[in-house]
Design a protein around this ligand. Structure first.
Ligand code: BES
Ligand code: MN
Ligand code: ZN
Length: 493
């Protein structure tokens, strides 16, 4: 999607649709008041008539307004004057996105950037406009024989009053747009079925990204290479599958300075049947989404490639298919991880932690500034937090706080759960150093406690995105979360 900044006089800007805010209680923001004058107070009349009351997110489309070169005006409710904050602003942009979609408009002029928003300047608002509007036109068509018509909205102009903000806004729009492109890749990978999106396929996608972007290097470790590294835990997950497991490593080098990299590690189970601890049949198709953590790593690396920031970031994907078979890992089997710790696999459905732990050991070689793993790890996190926030668990308060604040900033929130020592004993095993499950209580926390045993050498955070990575029901599909959070964190740290 194309975003352009406009600073010409309002009445001279041509557009299919000008987007204007309206407060509750008939108050008009400056830009809307100006347009009201240009249109001989048509807006005032419409509001006086009560056609739009200005409650948050309400929309109204007006055709052929006089006095401006806009074919339409899309009015959107802003809620009470003086109460607008970033969260409300994001709701408003989501309504605008729906409105533009409903009327199949090809271009629009957004004036909302000029609104006073309590905890955000025009930069952050611009970033959200680009991210949300561009993300709203994503559609999945790859495996449909009839692709339908392409989404209409291709061009968004942003009307800026304070011209001194121009270059800052330009950067913000570019970030928002790059994040949305990354989200689109993440959503596409997530939505592809397990028979197409295999570990090998994910490796090929990472290679393709490196081929298209000079700053990125990709290598894919084969099963034989992983065996030589001693990754007995990761390899045990793919034992029952005919698909080869893979460890995919993407190195983004944006600066020649020898700064320590931040590392992101994604769970890439391309289908999770549960293995011998087989899952129930109902809804099992959704376990094609069990590689959404991996997909978010791909999407984040793609966004970085577009933005070319001067930072160093390593993206790692631990990928396997979890299947039952005569060669599959069985409950009670003991495997040896790359760290040397032995693991009793009491439940083959707790496989995400088994692939991640070896990846966490592998990345020690980068002496990372921080490591964040991203995983659809537990059903328990959906019980605890639903689909609103992702769970974050960390061995470092500063890192956890940063992720919390960043999540709020970019509409991709996370909430921390404790991984206190008191929980660790739930992982005791009579036959190995550690068991891979911790019983029915606090399932998300014990999963993170398991990972923490392999993440002692660096500041580490674990994002459990089982509730936020995809939607169910009519809107079933991958969401692209937490790409906004990851990109923002990496750009600022
Ligand atoms: N991929 C699942 C977690 C999951 C379940 C995500 C449902 C989204 C929806 C994970 O591999 C898994 O099966 N976890 C088990 C762990 C248990 C066996 C300790 C779970 O959550 O039931
Ligand atoms: Mn599982
Ligand atoms: Zn899984």
């Amino acid at each position: 999607m194309n975003f352009t900044i406009k600073t010409a006089a309002l009445q001279n800007i041509t557009t299919s649709c000008m987007i204007l805010g309206v407060y509750q209680n008939k108050a008009l923001p400056e830009v809307t008041a100006e347009v009201n004058k240009l249109t001989h107070r048509a807006l005032g009349n419409i509001i006086e008539a009560g056609d739009i009351s200005g409650t948050l997110g309400q929309t109204l489309l007006i055709h052929n307004p006089e006095g401006v070169r806009a074919k339409r005006l899309l009015l959107v409710g802003l809620g009470k004057k003086g109460e607008l904050d970033l969260k409300k602003f994001i709701k408003i942009i989501n309504s605008v996105a729906q409105g533009l979609k409903k009327y199949a408009l090809g271009d629009a002029l957004d004036t909302l950037i000029n609104l006073p928003v309590k905890n955000a300047g025009s930069e952050k608002c611009g970033q959200m406009i680009a991210q949300i509007l561009q993300n709203s036109v994503y559609r999945y068509t790859q495996t449909k024989s009839k692709k339908g018509s392409k989404p209409e909205l291709k061009k968004v102009d942003v009307y800026l009053v304070d011209k001194t903000q121009r270059s800052k806004l330009r950067k913000a729009l570019d970030i928002g747009s790059a994040v949305a492109s990354g989200m689109a890749l993440t959503r596409e990978m997530g939505n592809l079925p397990g028979n197409i999106c295999t570990p090998t396929f994910l490796g090929e996608q990472a290679q393709l990204l490196a081929k298209r972007n000079k700053g990125l290097k990709t290598k894919v470790l084969s099963e034989a290479q992983m065996r030589r590294l001693g990754m007995g835990s990761l390899l045990s997950v793919g034992n029952g599958s005919d698909e080869n497991s893979a460890l995919i490593i993407m190195e983004y080098n944006g600066t020649s300075e020898k700064t320590k990299p931040n590392v992101i590690v994604g769970k890439g189970i391309t289908f999770d049947t549960g293995g011998i601890s087989l899952k129930p049949g109902a809804g099992m198709d959704e376990m094609k989404f069990d590689m959404c953590g991996a997909a978010s790593v791909l999407g984040t690396m793609a966004a970085l490639c577009a933005l070319k920031p001067r930072i160093n970031v390593i993206g790692v994907i631990a990928s396997a298919e979890n299947m039952p078979s005569g060669r599959a890992t069985k409950p009670g089997d003991i495997v040896t991880s790359m760290s040397g710790q032995t693991i009793e696999v009491l439940n083959t459905d707790a496989e995400g932690r088994l692939v991640l732990c070896d990846a966490l050991t592998y990345v020690e070689r980068y002496k990372p500034k921080s490591v964040i793993d991203i995983a659809t790890l537990t059903g328990a996190v959906i019980v605890a937090l639903g689909s609103v926030v992702s769970g974050v668990m960390s061995n470092n308060d500063e890192l956890a706080d940063k992720l919390y604040q960043t999540g709020l900033d970019v509409n991709d929130p996370v909430w921390r759960l404790p991984i206190w020592d008191e929980y660790q004993s739930q992982l005791d095993s009579n036959f190995a150093d550690i068991a891979n499950i911790g019983g029915p209580k606090a399932g998300s926390i014990t999963a993170a406690c398991f990972l923490s045993r392999f993440a002692k050498k660096y500041p580490w955070a674990h994002l459990d995105i089982a509730g936020t990575a995809w939607l169910q029901g009519k809107e079933k599909g991958a969401t692209g979360r937490p790409v906004p959070l990851l990109v923002e964190y990496l750009l600022n740290n």
